[in-house]
Design a protein around this ligand. Sequence first.
Ligand code: HEC
Ligand code: HEC
Ligand code: HEC
Ligand code: HEC
Ligand code: HEC
Length: 416
Amino acid sequence: MGYVLAVGVGLLASCDSKSAGSEREGVTKAAIAESPHASGSQGTATPDDTARPAIPPLPPLEAVERAWRCAECHEELYDEWSRSPHANAAKSELFAASLEHADEHDCNRCHAPLARRIDDPQTVAEGVTCEVCHRMQAATATPDGANFELVASPATKYGPLCDATYPYFHEADCLPFFSESKLCGSCHLLHYPTPSGNSLPVYTEYEEWLAGPHGKEGKQCQSCHMPGATKAIASGEKERKGVPHHDFVGGPKSLVGTGLQVSAVIQSDDQGLDVDVTLLNRGAGHALPGVHRQLVLEAKTLSPSRVVVDQARVVFERQFVDATGNPVPFFAASRLGREHRIGPRERREEHFDLTAPEAGSLSITLLRLAVAPALAQRLGVPPPVPQVVLQAEVPFGAPDASHRRRHLPKRIELKP
Ligand code: HEC
Ligand code: HEC
Ligand code: HEC
Ligand code: HEC
Ligand code: HEC
């Protein structure tokens, strides 16, 4: 148990996450307290690394294969996975930039779980690769995070099927948690301890799901994120029903942007428009947006030549702040800042009061940003490019005898 506490790695059920946490906080805090751009660290090391005791190795794993080796027989699943966020988990620009300021061991346990367990850096760089999930013997969702156990031997690949034919390459065995949310929750749940003993909710999809309607109904993460199709899972084998899609974002009918339904009720007078926007989290099993992301609801009035006359916006996000209230990455935060997200099946109202030109149009847009612009700047990555998720625009004319703007519909629905 000693080494688990020393490195703050929960791979093998750490029973004292608190002391592990305060130790790793000591390290990350020191690293980010400086200007985020002035980190003198080389690569991913933090300046404090020299002051820490040497980190003992984790139990090694034998003969871990790169994903392309699995592709020899599981070609389609491989293609799907290689487009997935999991294939990018150790490589994303945002993650790499964050590592300059964080304790890499504390991050790799979910982003690059093979780190320090094998010697091959290319396999480690595959992040959440086939062998990470399919060597799992046990997985539990606990707030200290990364509570899964990988089997040392390459002989057996675990999965949901109890009738898989034994190919020559590996044996197969079934474990029920492959079809349960807790497999996902072993990484998609993390509460992060601060030096002052607070615990910050960071990754919370699992607990939001568990407490929400989908958890109560027993609708697992996989049923939305890995929808099934009929096909052979390995070349030359018989077709199977319900083969789970491996891009983890819903396959051909991508889930991205389908979570929220947004509509607006509009009232008007001589001066301007009163816009009541309703956002319903209809599609997701958890709150939106996800951690690190922002959703921005923007309403504008425009003149006929498309000059903006008035505009207002609301940002949906979970923000972490330092002691002085500035937004910082979660691993450098002392407390939760603004929390404005929409829970599963929750309905939210936002109100906009806009001045309007004599004639013109009203535009309402829901934008998605991969990261808060302030954090991008702090981490030294390019500002996020806003993606339009939903949108509506309606023209209007001068007020009529009852002071209502001509042509303006009472209610509009935002569309992709
Ligand atoms: C318990 C597992 C876990 C740990 C530990 C963890 N992460 Fe994450 N990380 C995730 C998950 C899961 C996501 C996907 C986002 C979500 O679930 O909302 C993610 C997403 C991210 C992203 C966004 C990636 C992108 O490409 O947009 C960044 C940046 C990030 N994490 C940084 C870190 C850093 C830095 C650390 C260490 C201080 C860390 N994470 C520790 C699980 C973890
Ligand atoms: C993030 C974890 C994760 C990763 C990474 C992953 N899988 Fe899976 N895989 C799963 C889960 C979960 C299931 C079962 C889903 C279910 O039962 O709904 C599954 C099911 C399977 C199955 C059984 C198919 C069936 O019909 O049930 C095969 C084969 C498989 N995966 C191969 C692969 C290969 C090959 C890779 C890499 C290219 C890979 N997986 C990467 C989680 C993962
Ligand atoms: C030589 C071909 C071959 C290679 C290479 C191969 N597999 Fe398989 N795998 C199979 C066959 C065949 C099945 C069973 C197909 C069936 O019964 O429909 C299978 C089944 C599976 C299952 C389902 C297990 C279960 O009980 O649910 C998983 C998971 C899996 N493979 C993962 C992997 C991973 C991970 C790799 C790479 C390390 C890999 N396979 C490499 C041929 C292969
Ligand atoms: C071993 C840890 C691990 C497991 C297990 C895992 N994930 Fe992830 N997941 C991550 C990490 C790390 C990221 C961040 C990748 C990135 O964006 O760079 C992520 C990203 C994602 C994303 C994209 C998030 C975003 O903000 O764009 C989705 C969706 C997702 N995972 C769903 C799932 C589902 C569903 C399961 C279970 C079938 C699962 N994950 C299991 C670690 C894991
Ligand atoms: C009822 C279906 C459903 C269930 C169940 C579900 N999700 Fe999702 N999830 C979605 C949808 C839809 C989105 C996309 C939201 C959007 O972009 O509008 C999503 C998005 C995500 C994201 C990315 C969030 C973002 O803003 O980019 C992550 C991470 C995620 N889900 C993880 C999970 C995990 C882990 C579970 C299980 C604990 C789970 N989901 C259960 C439907 C579901």
